[in-house]
Design a protein around this ligand. Sequence first.
Ligand code: ATP
Length: 324
Amino acid sequence: IKKVGVLTSGGDSPGMNAAIRSVVRTCAYHNIECVGIYRGYQGMIEGDFKEMGPRSVNNIINKGGTILKSARSKEFMSAEGRKKAFEHLKKEGIDGVVVIGGDGSFTGALVFNKEFGMPVMGIPGTIDNDIFGTSHTLGYDTALNTVVECIDKIRDTASSHNRLFFVEVMGRDAGHIALNAGIGAGAEEILIPEEDLGLDRLLESLEKSRNSGKSSSIVVVAEGDKMGKSVFELKDYIEEHLPEYDIRVSVLGHMQRGGAPSCFDRVLASRLGVKAVESLMEGKSNYMVGLIQDEVTLTPLEQAIKGHYPIDTELLRVSDIMST
Ligand code: ATP
């Protein structure tokens, strides 16, 4: 391999910059050229490239977002768009691409590899932790810490006013953030897409919590909660059935995707970047680098995009016991 292209695609996540830095510096270490591709696949189609050396990534390990910008590219979904992208890569002499993104970005990378034989490696960058083949995606740990910090603050006001708060967190298909941050912040109940708690159980649990003398209650709800109700509908439902509760809703939203990456995410990004570049150097392609039992491993992209990293059901039990 002579020249590696690196891009960030799909939703951004804290740690993407640290991963870019790692890819760029691993290339420099091995005397391989490196090119930053701006705005994900859209920049590939438009030839929006910049040569990158070890000094182009100074002081970014601690920054949220992505210096290469991210985008969703409709044009890359068409064969014509991908052909344009390939022509630009060929002209630039790029003979391997590292894609930092989620499962959609990996699907695009696979299609591209099948059509043009361009070697590709994926680095999982998404806060949801919903990708098979890694116990941690880049940004997940930072998002957990952000959510816990927010809920701690909500708890202060909730207990001063004896209130019940519904806090919505990100996670359309996966409840990892809700479950782990919920336990970390001492939530009374956690609603996730993987398990249907049922409205009756929720009512029962809130009643119990009130009767046990708790001064506040926090219910953490993942966006994709299985009961199919929005946080606002849940609020209305509980208000109707437990009118004595003073209820508020807080939707944490995009702040969960921002901020300086945690130390864990910085180290993870550094490890994954090294493995991605060195795997390309070994002639490997169509893999995602990930972390399994603290070992950096390769998972075929085909598998990574199909599966989900499963929820640890023991955590549900821990959460139940903790809300006693
Ligand atoms: P997130 O998890 O944050 O949503 P993602 O990587 O899954 O990140 P997507 O928007 O699903 O984000 O995908 C990013 C880009 O990947 C798309 O905008 C598109 O350019 C490309 N892509 C996705 N699916 C395909 C596909 N089937 N064929 C070609 N390109 C694709």
